[in-house]
Ligand binder design. Structure first.
Ligand SMILES: NC(=O)C1=CN([C@@H]2O[C@H](COP(=O)(O)OP(=O)(O)OC[C@H]3O[C@@H](n4cnc5c(N)ncnc54)[C@H](OP(=O)(O)O)[C@@H]3O)[C@@H](O)[C@H]2O)C=CC1
Ligand SMILES: CC(=O)N[C@@H](CCC(=O)OP(=O)(O)O)C(=O)O
Length: 317
C-alpha cells in the first residue's frame, strides 16, 4: 500500500524541508494543498481526512485546529508544533529518549515531534538522572545558540533583510518562561524546570547547546569518564540511534566540534562531554541541525517508524 501523507503547513520552513526529504520516496504519496488554499479550512479538512498520516507544520493554534478537523478514526498525526508535547494520548516523538520509545511511536495514532531545544537537554540529562549521576532536583542551567531558521519564516525574513547588520548574538526569552520548559522538565525527568538561556546567532541553520554540571552536587561525584560512559552505554543500547556520543575529550580544545552548523542537512545529534575532575565541573554539549533532528528530520524519522519502513529512509536534506 502507498501511504498518503498530507503536510499541513507545507510551504513553511519545517514543511518544506519535510517535502524535500520525501520527494524521492516511492512507498508514499504526498498529497499537496494548492498554495492559495493553504489556510482554507474546508480544503485542509478534506486533505487531513484523506491522509493516512498528516504532518502538522503549523503554529500551535492551527495545529490544534487541524486535529479537531479530523473526523475519521484512521488518519494518524505527527505534530511539529508545541501544542501536544505533554498532552495525554500523545507519544513523544524523540525515538532515542528511551529503549521502548520507538515502539511507542510505532503504535501511536498521535505523535508530538519534539522541540529543537528540548532534544539537546533531554539527550544529555535523562540518561544521567536515570543512572543517578544527577539528582532529579538539581538546579540545572541550559544554554545554547540556534540559527535564525529556528524562528520560522518571519525570523528568516527579518534576518535576511538585515544581512550583516543583524545581531550576531541575540539572547531571548530572558523572562525565563520559554514555551519548551514543560517538555524539558517532563521528559528529562527533572524535579524543577531548568534555567534556560537561548540565543539566536546570525547564521541560518544549526545549533549547539550546553549543560554545565557541578558534579559534586551528586552524592557519588561522577568523573567526566563516568558521565561519558553512562551516555555512551545508554545510546549504544538504543536501536537505530541518531544520537551519538563523541570520544571523551576532557579539555575544551576541539571547539570546532561544537560548530552549530556541523550537522546541517543530517539527522545526527552528537553529545560531547568535557570535564575537569579536580574542580568537579563538567559540560555536556549537543550539536545538531534545528531543521534536521530538531524538526523535519525527526518528523521523517517518526514517519518511518510509524509506517514500519527502514528507520534511515530519506533523512538527509
Ligand atoms: N523552525 C524550526 O526550527 C522549528 C519549528 N518547529 C515548529 O514547527 C511549526 C512550524 O514552524 P516553521 O515551519 O518554523 O514556521 P513557518 O512560519 O516557517 O511556517 C508555518 C507555516 O504555516 C502556515 N500557516 C500559518 N497559519 C496557518 C493556518 N491557520 N492554516 C494553515 N497554514 C497556516 C504559514 O503560512 P504563512 O507563512 O503564509 O502564514 C507557514 O507556511 C511551529 O509550530 C514551530 O514552532 C519545531 C521545531 C523546530
Ligand atoms: C530560534 C528560535 O526562535 N527558536 C524557537 C524554537 C523553535 C522550535 O523548536 O519550535 P517549537 O517550539 O515549535 O519546537 C523558539 O525558541 O521559540
Amino acid at each position: 500500500m502507498v501511504a498518503k501523507i498530507f503536510i499541513d503547513g507545507e510551504a513553511g520552513t519545517t514543511g518544506l524541508q519535510i517535502r524535500e526529504r520525501l520527494a524521492s520516496r516511492r512507498d508514499l504519496e504526498v498529497i499537496s494543498i494548492a498554495h492559495d488554499k493553504r489556510k482554507d479550512i474546508e480544503e485542509r479538512k478534506r486533505l487531513l481526512n484523506a491522509a493516512d498520516v498528516a504532518i502538522l507544520c503549523l503554529p500551535d493554534d492551527a495545529a490544534r485546529e487541524s486535529v479537531r478537523l479530523i473526523e475519521n478514526d484512521t488518519t494518524r498525526v505527527i505534530d511539529a508544533s508545541t501544542a501536544h508535547r505533554v498532552a495525554e494520548g500523545w507519544a513523544y516523538g524523540f525515538a532515542e529518549m528511551a529503549p521502548d520509545q520507538a515502539d511507542e511511536i510505532a503504535k501511536a495514532r498521535y505523535v508530538a515531534n519534539p522541540g529543537c531545544w528540548p532534544q539537546g537537554l533531554i539527550a544529555a540529562a535523562r540518561p544521567l538522572i536515570e543512572a543517578r549521576l544527577l539528582p532529579t532536583d538539581f538546579p540545572l542551567s541550559y544554554h545554547g545558540v540556534s540559527g535564525y531558521s529556528g524562528g520560522g519564516r518571519q525570523m528568516i525574513e527579518d534576518y535576511e533583510a538585515q544581512g550583516d547588520k543583524a545581531s550576531r548574538y541575540m539572547p531571548y526569552a530572558l523572562t525565563f518562561q520559554h514555551k519548551h520548559l514543560p517538555e524539558m522538565a517532563h521528559y528529562a525527568k527533572l524535579g524543577r524546570a531548568p534555567l534556560f538561556e537561548p540565543v539566536v546567532g546570525n547564521f541560518a541553520q544549526g545549533m549547539s547547546t550546553s549543560l554545565p554540571i557541578h558534579t559534586d552536587m551528586s552524592a557519588d561525584i561522577p568523573t567526566g569518564k563516568d558521565l561519558h560512559a553512562a551516555l555512551s552505554d545508554y545510546y549504544a543500547a538504543i536501536p537505530d540511534s541518531f544520537v551519538q556520543v563523541a570520544p571523551y575529550e576532557p579539555g575544551l580544545g576541539k571547539t570546532a566540534a561544537l560548530d552549530p552548523q556541523a550537522h546541517n542537512g543530517t539527522n545526527t545529534l552528537t553529545l560531547h562531554v568535557f570535564a575537569n575532575d579536580e574542580l568537579n565541573q563538567a559540560v555536556i554539549s549537543a550539536v545538531y541541525d534545528n531543521l534536521g533532528k530538531g524538526a523535519s528530520g525527526a518528523a521523517v524519522q517518526n514517519l518511518n517508524i510509524m509506517l514500519g519502513v527502514g528507520a534511515r529512509e530519506s533523512l538527509a536534506a
